[in-house]
Design a protein around this ligand. Structure first.
Ligand code: PNS
Length: 178
């Protein structure tokens, strides 16, 4: 096993949209590591609410003023992307026990792909333990307010993205409804 001083924390995810739980985790990770990259997955799920560029922009807004934090995007395997960084450690959040199974499987697969893969799990504040991007999308799509779950600018953009503009309006991520 390669031994090196871990210098860089990398927080990968879909962030569609980024929530207050994500922001809490970024703050916690940044308190432990001086440099942190939030990395938005490019080849993620179908029908995203926001394009990758929009998510990167929202995350940049949320982390403005946090020295040592930057936001990027990646595609392909996480272990390949990690090779760009010196002694990287991946940050993931564990909210509830049910997160563990998925995270455990993913970490073991990543370690099979690269034995040097290291991951750090942090718990967000309990106020956010129920919070997920998919629930935020669902609440917003069904007409509920998401202002308690995401930063103000993200809430504004979520509601704007889902605002119907004419019958049959259908929004494609990154584009106005047609
Ligand atoms: O926010 P998410 O959707 O839970 O994040 C999942 C993410 C982006 C961390 C995971 O899907 C990922 O790392 N994808 C990259 C593809 C990859 O490396 N897959 C094989 C390892 S499981």
């Amino acid at each position: 096993m390669k031994r090196a001083v871990a210098r860089h924390l990398l927080y990968p995810g879909s962030f569609d949209p980024p929530t207050l739980g994500h922001l809490d985790l970024i703050r916690r990770g940044h308190a432990l590591f001086p440099s942190l990259t939030v990395a938005v997955l490019r080849n993620g799920g179908k029908n995203p609410l926001f394009s990758v560029e929009e998510r990167v922009g929202l995350l940049r807004g949320m982390t403005r003023g946090m020295r040592g934090v930057d936001v990027a995007s990646f595609d392909g395997l996480l272990v390949d992307y990690l090779k760009r960084f010196r002694a990287p450690v991946v940050l993931r959040g564990l909210r509830v026990v049910s997160d563990f199974e998925y995270e455990f499987q993913m970490a073991l697969m990543n370690r099979k792909l690269d034995p040097d893969f290291e991951v750090l799990y942090l718990m967000p504040d309990e106020r956010f333990s129920y919070l997920s991007s998919s629930l935020v999308r669902e609440v917003a799509r069904l007409g509920g307010s998401v202002s308690r779950f995401v930063p103000a600018e993200v809430a504004r953009r979520v509601h704007e993205a889902l605002r119907p503009r004419g019958a049959g309006a259908k929004r494609v991520a990154g584009k106005a409804p047609v």
